[in-house]
Design a protein around this ligand. Structure first.
Ligand code: ADP
Ligand code: MG
Length: 319
């Protein structure tokens, strides 16, 4: 089972940023309002994610590390959320199989927190307020072939920060802090969507972008589109979300790009944050274990909606 988990880990855990993505995802699922991300050496030596969410009960702690163990599919009525959320119960088991993982958690009802050492299975009382801390040390220590593929600490840190950024843009109602090697790098307070855009992408982006708002049948597009004349060329500032989840999707990327066509010159890239809301029955999220890719039932429908939404926003007269 250890081997199976390590193979699964190859799909889910590519580098420290993959761990950050999954752990922050869990913190948000647990209803956290504050998420702290602490990294050492680009996340290779330590990834520590602290949240103030619901916590994991003592007897559930060992379960959380089992493959296909998820607390998120409880009843028949959850079948719909299975469709929305995709693969379940893989992440913690995968991460634990390629690192030294400690799980420290306390639910509101418990008198104390409990600490589980994933490698020894030892479970003991510990101190903590309600919420969860996941510590991941020495990622890939037992799989040197994977470790060899990691880049410099600075590069791995940049990827980790990007993973947090993707979550943070979708959840302005949650506060985030990011620490690297003991230094506070980012602090994004809970607030409005615009405030979060300004915090994460800069005041310039907010000032030099237009609101996107468009509904077409079962598809609704909202967000902001940067005006490329003013925006600095940043190839990676294209954020797309489907039903709240960050995705990399060719249909959306192509549609947005074609809306920008007349505005792009030189090496300029479109800059945008787009939220696609769509009937969950019209999108398949079970394409990839990390859920970063989706398949639309009718990709033309989505393409047209995104293209129209961005075109309308960019051509509207600005104040
Ligand atoms: P999934 O998120 O798909 O359920 P994971 O392997 O990521 O699978 O997590 C397994 C289980 O561990 C979750 O279903 C949840 O019950 C529990 N869990 C993990 N992280 C947290 C957290 N930060 N707060 C509360 N529960 C958590
Ligand atoms: Mg998860």
């Amino acid at each position: 089972d250890e081997l199976v988990s390590q193979i699964a880990a190859g799909e889910v855990v590519e580098r420290p940023a993959s761990v950050v993505r999954e752990l922050v995802d869990n913190a948000l699922d647990a209803g956290a309002t504050q998420v702290a991300v602490r990294l050492l050496a680009g996340g290779v030596r330590l990834i520590c994610i602290e949240d103030d969410g619901a916590g994991i009960a003592r007897e559930e702690l060992p379960l959380a590390l089992k493959r296909h163990a998820t607390s998120k599919i409880g009843s028949l009525s959850d079948l719909e959320s299975v469709a929305t959320m995709g693969f379940r119960g893989e992440a913690l088991a995968a991460v634990a199989s390629v690192s030294e993982l400690h799980l420290l958690s306390r639910t509101a009802g418990q008198a104390s927190a409990f600490l589980l050492d994933a490698s020894s299975g030892e479970l003991r009382p510990a101190a903590r307020a309600t919420g969860t801390t996941v510590e991941v040390k020495e990622l890939f220590f037992s799989t040197p072939a994977r470790r060899k593929f990691l880049k410099t600490d600075a590069t791995e840190f940049a990827h980790c920060l990007e993973a947090v950024r993707r979550h943070a843009l979708a959840r302005p109602d949650v506060g985030f802090t990011v620490w690297h090697d003991g230094k506070l790098c980012e602090q994004w307070r809970a607030g409005t969507r615009d405030q979060r855009l300004a915090d994460v992408l800069g005041e310039d982006f907010l000032a030099e972008s237009v609101a996107v708002e468009h509904a077409a049948g079962p598809v609704r597009i909202t967000g902001r589109a940067g005006i490329p004349d003013a925006a600095r060329a940043r190839a990676d500032w294209q954020y797309a979300y489907v039903n709240g989840r960050y995705v990399r999707d060719k249909v959306i990327t192509h549609a947005a790009r074609s809306a920008y066509e007349d505005l792009l010159h030189g090496h300029r890239q479109p800059v945008y944050v787009l939220q696609v809301s769509i009937d969950p029955a019209r999108v398949d999220v079970n394409v990839h274990p990390t859920k970063i890719e989706v398949r639309f039932r009718d990709s033309r429908e989505v393409h047209q909606a995104v293209r129209h939404a961005v075109e309308a926003a960019l051509s509207a007269p600005r104040a």
